[in-house]
Design a protein. Structure first.
Length: 484
């Protein structure tokens, strides 16, 4: 049979396919030294920098290619738009498509549907650790406040897809509250404050951004007011809201990096209406001049000194709190360095933690000296068969000597407390209360106690771990030790 196709049609088809294949590579020729649109290395790697072979050249080149691939962001955006329009699904497993343009962070889903809840023991550990931090803060002459930043889906479930059913069981945050009350932790309920304000007053309307996983500036002000009031601070009141259609949410940027949609954001004169949410009523005193930085210090015309341990929800809190305090330090660094409390001369300490990251408070206790306690250990009961725990691990962190380990869960049960004792050759013993930790390696019966190295008796030869439960003292571990 005679082939009736025209040769020029075949050639045109081949040329078109070839052009599509090489277009991204050709487009990259002009971006070898340019910063990428998406996160990644800006400069093309060198094969032999300083005359030495770069053994990581191929992996670095791959990372550069991914970041500089011409049209990458445009293709990601087009793919997300098509999938949302035609299939009603998100193009990334990090984002959940809600109704009315609302986007949700997929990392909040476990809390929303009630999957993988924290154990009761882990919740008790969180409350205990916060209580120890509060006691240390108050001993430095400062007030302590703890708050949980609610997941977006918890406050605004109506826009969530019907395939995800909100759990009727209490969330981890709700289950934590009785433990906080039992330990006497000064807790500010932002769930109640935001829920009440979203339907009445100046905060009426959504207090979270539709294309972001965080609250908007109105929601942040309500949270800041509640935190400041509990901490004994007074925030500035500064005029009427300024509305700008200039906010690009983190979830929106994941889906549509090339052409993200903007949404309204709200600003107060002199507080957060300047570049990068800066304001004329306060100023940066740190090298970092960005509300998203890990460590920021500020000053304003006020008298109080504030220390805030925060996460990304604290970005929008920063301008309000900075404007209302004379000196303020905002830290995202974990574990929390509680030694800063005394160094800063803080009048108030605020700990803000996102609901989805509550478990970190059980996994990473703050860096601070363990409280010295009077505990009569002479009658401590040792379980038959010897100490029921792994060896105590020692280490150092600046001026602190760290003692950590894991207690047999048959001893360290819910409600028990763990203590570390340092014993001299003469039998003298100093006892310290430990943080209780939950982790994959140690389960819920881990512990960490830090002691100022300068305070350790040079004659200390033995370290012991005790568990106190319902008035009984158990010796859980005993090991030789000396100052290293």
């Amino acid at each position: 049979m005679k082939n009736t196709e025209r040769p020029w049609a075949q050639i045109l088809f081949i040329c078109c396919v070839f052009a599509l294949l090489v277009a991204p590579a050709v487009g990259m020729l002009g971006t070898r030294g340019a910063a990428p649109q998406s996160t990644g290395p800006a400069a093309f790697p060198r094969l032999a920098p300083d005359g030495k072979l770069n053994t990581n050249f191929l992996s670095q080149a791959g990372s550069w290619f991914e970041a500089h691939f011409a049209g990458r962001d445009q293709m990601i955006t087009a793919n997300a738009a098509l999938q949302a329009k035609l299939l009603k699904v998100s193009a990334t497993d990090q984002v959940v498509l809600g109704s009315g343009g609302w986007l949700y962070y997929a990392g909040d889903l476990n809390g929303y549907v009630g999957a993988a809840p924290l154990s009761e023991h882990a919740l008790a550990n969180i409350a205990h650790n916060l209580a120890l931090m509060q006691r240390y803060t108050e001993a430095q002459g400062a007030r302590f406040v703890f708050a949980i930043a609610p997941d977006k889906a918890q406050l605004y479930p109506d826009q969530m897809p019907a395939r995800y059913r909100k759990s009727p069981r209490p969330s981890d945050a709700e289950r934590l509250v009785p433990y906080l009350q039992r330990e006497g932790v000064h807790y500010v309920d932002l769930f109640a404050a935001l829920s009440a304000s979203s339907s009445t007053g100046d905060g009426a309307g959504p207090l979270y951004l539709t294309g972001d996983s965080h609250w908007n500036n109105k929601g942040a002000l309500i949270a800041s007011d509640a935190l400041a009031s509990a901490a004994g601070l007074t925030l500035q009141q500064s005029g009427a809201w300024i509305t700008r259609d200039d906010m690009i949410g983190d979830l929106e940027l994941m889906l549509h990096p090339a052409w993200p949609r903007t949404e309204p954001q709200y600003y107060l004169p002199g507080i957060n209406d300047g570049p990068g949410m800066s304001g004329a009523s306060w100023r940066y005193t740190s090298a970092a001049r960005d509300v998203t930085a890990d460590l920021v210090t500020t000053s304003a015309e006020a008298s109080a000194t504030l220390l805030v341990y925060r996460d990304s929800f604290g970005n929008a809190l920063l301008p309000y709190l900075a404007a209302g305090t004379g000196k303020a330090t905002f830290s995202k660094l974990v574990p929390y360095n509680a030694l800063q409390i005394g160094e800063a001369g803080a009048d108030a300490v605020i700990v803000e933690r996102a609901q989805r990251h509550l478990s970190y408070l059980a996994q990473q206790p703050p860096i601070m000296p363990a409280p010295r306690v009077e505990l009569d250990t002479t009658g401590a009961i040792q379980r038959q068969g010897g100490p029921a725990t792994s060896a105590i691990v020692t280490g150092a962190n600046g001026p602190l000597t760290i003692f950590s380990g894991r207690i047999d869960p048959r001893i360290a049960r819910l409600g028990s407390r763990i203590f570390v004792g340092l014993v001299t050759a003469s039998g003298d013993e100093k006892v310290y209360e430990a943080f209780t930790t939950s982790s994959t390696a140690a389960g819920d019966s881990g512990f960490i106690a830090a002691v100022l190295t300068r305070d350790i008796d040079p004659g200390a030869t033995m370290v012991k771990a005790y568990v106190v439960e319902q008035g009984q003292i158990f010796l859980a571990s005993s090991a030789p030790w000396r100052i290293r």
